[in-house]
Design a protein around this ligand. Structure first.
Ligand SMILES: [Zn+2]
Length: 263
């Protein structure tokens, strides 16, 4: 596609702001989602999880998290400086699918050589982040889907941004299948540690597109940069870097005390 080519929103007629690599664009004027690969409206249901934490609320969450838990340096909350905070709505595909994996193999872990076969059936709501090469820890993030609503631009705070998806639902389905085959295999290895054959059968129920709010908080401790990711709907820390223990003797002793007495 040429750089000069402009694509208009099917919902309101405004030109869409195209960024390299993005495929499913949500119009910044009306919130309509368009698949620019096909030029058609994106037919999936588009939902969002509203954000509950503003800048101040998120700072409070960070303070509380830093002061809590025996693995953290005791002076962490006092000595850390937040250097940057941003609220981003990330685009996820939720692939609802049934998977049946038929397997055959041997169980040799106890020294025997038992031949086994069977079916492993599971139902999944598998998350696929619609961005390529992202380091976001998708597996550690429970999207609070119970709170989802229809996508509505007016519910995205003005200081926040949302990201468009870099591939569409067909690619998301393929990615989910590859990840699920791996996951099913991992589960089956409990039964059969030497798999000789495995066939997966997928029944895709539906795929949904959801923008979910995540705070990215950068902070400094002892001149080193760390990062915390917070679910802005629940306030849960999705993943937070913890600095290594304080190296000074005083710090060491107070860390030990904290580990034992929790203070
Ligand atoms: Zn529009």
């Amino acid at each position: 596609m040429g750089v000069t080519e402009s694509i208009k929103c099917n919902g309101c007629g405004a030109p869409l702001a195209l960024k390299a690599g993005e495929v499913v664009i949500t119009c910044e004027y009306c919130g309509n989602a368009v698949n620019i690969a096909s030029g058609k409206d994106f037919f999936l249901k588009h939902s969002m999880i509203p954000s509950k934490y503003d800048n101040k609320g998120t700072r409070d969450l960070v303070k509380r998290w830093m002061g809590d838990g025996p693995l953290k340096p005791s002076n962490m909350s006092k000595r850390s400086d937040i250097t940057e905070m941003s609220l981003v709505f990330l685009p996820f595909y939720i692939v609802h699918t049934n998977v049946t994996s038929n397997y055959e193999g041997y169980f040799t872990r106890t020294g025997e050589n038992k031949k086994r076969h069977g079916d492993l059936h599971r139902e999944y709501y598998w998350k696929v982040l619609g961005r390529r090469g992202s380091k976001f820890p998708t597996k550690e993030y429970e999207i609070p889907l119970a709170g989802k609503e229809e996508f509505n631009l007016s519910k995205i705070p003005s200081a926040a941004k949302y990201l468009n998806a870099e591939f569409d639902e067909k690619d998301a389905e393929d990615i989910a299948k590859v990840e699920l085959m791996d996951h099913q295999k991992f589960l089956i290895q409990e039964q059969v540690n030497e798999i000789s054959r495995i066939d997966h059968d997928f029944e895709i129920e539906d795929i949904e597109f959801v923008h979910a709010p995540v705070w990215k908080v950068d902070y400094q401790y002892n001149d080193t940069d760390y990062q915390i990711l917070i679910d802005s709907a629940t306030g849960d820390v999705i993943r937070g870097d913890i600095p290594p223990p304080d190296q000074s003797v005083g710090g060491f002793l107070s860390d030990i005390k904290k580990a034992f007495f929790g203070k």
